[in-house]
Design a protein around this ligand. Structure first.
Ligand SMILES: [Zn+2]
Length: 82
């Protein structure tokens, strides 16, 4: 199932993190649909503060992300590896 979302941030446990503050690995997880996302609709009428840069969401334009959902675990957690 595919769904397009206007994502402005991500939820990590107690933390709210804007897209700007995500590192590369977190971005990959986001695209894979592994993270709890905050959409434009979610922040309507509420205050969401990024835990890392302390700015109010949304920061910049929302990102349209196609969440393809979980396709099963990837057995290759590392490229190559020794
Ligand atoms: Zn931030």
């Amino acid at each position: 199932m595919e769904a397009k979302k206007s994502v402005v941030g991500v939820l990590f446990d107690e933390e709210t993190v804007c897209l700007d503050c995500l590192n590369v690995g977190e971005h990959i997880n986001l695209m894979r649909g592994f993270l709890d996302t905050i959409s434009l609709q979610d922040i309507k009428g509420k205050d969401y503060l990024c835990s890392r840069c302390q700015k109010n969401l949304p920061i910049g334009p929302a990102k349209s992300i196609l969440i393809t959902g979980r396709t099963g675990p990837d057995p290759r957690s590392h490229k190559g590896g020794q």
